[in-house]
Design a protein around this ligand. Structure first.
Ligand code: FAD
Length: 547
């Protein structure tokens, strides 16, 4: 049962999405059978696979090398209470405060109460967390009232987390990992998910039949021109779930990270909030700490406040970047070796120079609508991690809560899928499924060009500051592109990713129009600020549109 607070919107038309992106005929392609299919080898997918494998066979699918994911690039750490008593209560309160008070309390409770056990389990599995003396080294980021974030290799927590989980997955004889295997669509019959159709460069199209399927495909930062997310974060799984009939929830809630390196030619690499947590200042080109003009907590104000303050400052002063001042920090290179190395590559000496930064799209708070047990609105399909919307983050995610979310709800999804697949009688069903798409009569297109344009439009019109007129324009542009992007049948990843990005971008812009107030990370310049009582869940299903 969904726990969501829905709005009754008037649905008038639709983005022209087809049920499946590809032609296939089950009589002519290879079949794979498993108890549980997991999409994604980030923290959520790997944790889910480990749990599900206690009950039966698992296939873990990932479109790149095993372990390549947003998880791998996480810097700051994993937030977890020290105990499941008073410390968990403080974590609970901080998370609700950061989320503007609209988080689902019961889901937050589960997150914080399970935190200590999930970190203890990682330690048992061999993760090398940073230590001070006999204890764990703890850091603090925006929104946290105490030091409770564990980290590894200084600023490379994600790398160590992926290494640990990969080893655990690799040792499990019940898990088969399919690398470079692209989820195209979920296969449904009578509204029930039966598995997925995938594509592998060598093996071609394959039908993977599963009693239960878990989606853990991460976020969609790539739909914005400026993003911290790796190239694979194109929202494929969210778009596939949407095509299969799953509800999407609060897709407009995208968190923009305030500080990514801004050097021409360099990728938008994140400069962790932990750098400010350890005392770095944010200054403008005159060297002034301008954040206190916007919030009493200055550099440690919530991320949305800091991102908007930088955006406003850049617009007002017509500048390209603001700066992180780390010159006064002792042991910066030891505490943040990855960031220090990155800066050095661009001839920035963190003991003498300022680091140029600006905000980027970072973390999708919305996603596939799920209940507290990770069930989506499609039977047989579960979802966890960044691809899902559990409402755990409310309107603003507190720093370092998402790796924990992946661990806690990945386990929930694996447990549920494992139990349900064990209890389901008989073999996984295999049936005849055929999908034939008529050939497109519209003009051919340049995939790379449309993709660049899409990312620019989203950054300009559906970024940190939004208005109805810009969002309406965005929906119109995306609808227009949709006519000749979504009617095509591609035979490789770039085309399917573009179709998914277009679908997800449309969902973001449409949801941003529906949320006609400002709250948390969603800032509408033309609307009033909402109180928690004004908040509602923006739910989209295939066929929705506002004109
Ligand atoms: C630079 C950076 C730093 C961060 N730092 C922190 C931090 O310090 N602490 C914190 O809590 N959070 C942090 N976050 C956020 C956090 O890393 C993510 O929210 C979290 O890792 C998401 O995990 P996930 O398992 O849901 O998805 P991901 O880790 O993104 O994994 C998604 C997986 O799905 C696969 N996939 C996607 N599409 C397909 C497809 N079509 N077919 C097959 N496979 C597919 C991908 O290959 C990948 O394996 C950071 C994020 C970034 C980008």
């Amino acid at each position: 049962m969904s726990l969501k607070r829905t709005i009754a919107g008037t649905m008038q038309a639709t983005l022209d999405t087809r049920r499946y992106l590809t032609n296939f005929d089950s009589r002519r392609i290879s079949h794979i059978l498993t108890d549980v299919l997991v999409i994604g080898s980030g923290v959520a997918g790997m944790r889910a696979a480990i749990e599900a494998a206690r009950f039966g066979e698992v296939v873990l699918l990932c479109k790149d090398e095993f372990g390549e994911s947003a998880t791998r690039y996480a810097q700051g750490g994993i937030a977890a209470a020290r105990d499941d008593g008073p410390d968990a209560q403080r974590h609970f309160e901080d998370t609700l405060r950061a989320g503007a008070g609209v988080n689902r309390p019961e889901v937050v409770r589960k997150l914080v109460d399970d935190g200590p056990a999930r970190v203890a389990e990682l330690i048992e599995w061999g993760i090398q967390l940073d230590r001070v003396g006999a204890g764990l080294a703890l850091t603090k980021e925006g929104g946290h009232s105490v030091h409770r974030i564990v980290h590894a290799l200084g600023d490379q927590t994600g790398r160590e987390l992926v290494r640990t989980l990969r080893e655990r997955v690799g040792e499990d004889p019940n898990i088969r990992v399919f690398e470079y295997c692209f989820l195209i669509d979920f296969v449904t019959e009578d509204g029930i998910c039966r598995g997925a159709i995938s594509h592998h460069p060598t093996h071609g199209h394959q039908l993977i039949w599963a009693r239960r399927t878990i989606l853990a495909s991460g976020g969609c930062g790539q739909i914005w021109r400026e993003t911290t997310n790796p190239p694979g974060s194109t929202g494929d799984g969210i778009a596939a779930a949407f095509r299969a009939g799953a509800k999407l929830c609060n897709m407009e809630l995208m968190q923009f990270h305030p500080t990514t390196l801004y050097v021409a030619g360099a990728g938008r690499t994140l400069i962790s909030e932990a750098v400010r947590g350890e005392g770095a200042y944010l200054v403008d080109k005159q060297g002034r700490r301008f954040l206190f003009d916007h919030h009493k907590d200055g550099e440690l104000a919530p991320r949305d406040v800091v991102s908007r303050a930088i955006h406003e400052h850049l617009t007002k002063t017509r500048s390209n970047a603001v700066y992180l001042d780390t010159r006064h920090l002792k042991n910066f290179a030891e505490r943040f070796p990855g960031i220090e190395r990155l800066c050095r590559d661009f001839q920035i000496d963190t003991t003498k120079d300022l680091i140029p930064v600006r905000p980027s799209a970072h973390y999708l708070i919305g996603g596939v609508d799920v209940d507290i047990d990770t069930a989506t609105s499609v039977d047989g399909l579960l979802c966890c991690g960044e691809a899902s919307c559990t409402d755990v983050h409310g309107a603003n995610r507190m720093a370092s809560n998402s790796l924990l979310e992946g661990l806690v709800f990945g386990r929930v999804a694996g447990l549920r899928a494992g139990r349900e697949s064990r209890d389901a009688n008989g073999k996984s069903p295999v049936s005849t499924v055929v999908n034939v798409i008529p050939a497109s009569t519209r003009t051919p297109l340049d995939v790379a060009d449309i993709r660049n344009s899409l990312r620019s439009v989203m950054w300009r019109n559906a970024g940190i500051v939004r208005t109805e007129s810009r969002l309406k324009e965005t929906c119109e542009i995306l609808g227009f592109w949709g006519h000749y992007v979504l009617d095509k049948t591609f035979d490789a990843r770039a085309g399917w990713e573009l179709q998914n990005e277009l679908t997800v971008a449309w969902a973001v812009a449409t949801s941003a129009r529906k949320r006609n107030h400002s709250i948390g990370v969603h800032f509408r310049k033309d609307c009033k600020k909402a109180t928690p009582e004004d908040f509602f869940d923006v739910i989209l299903v295939r066929g929705d549109h506002i004109s």
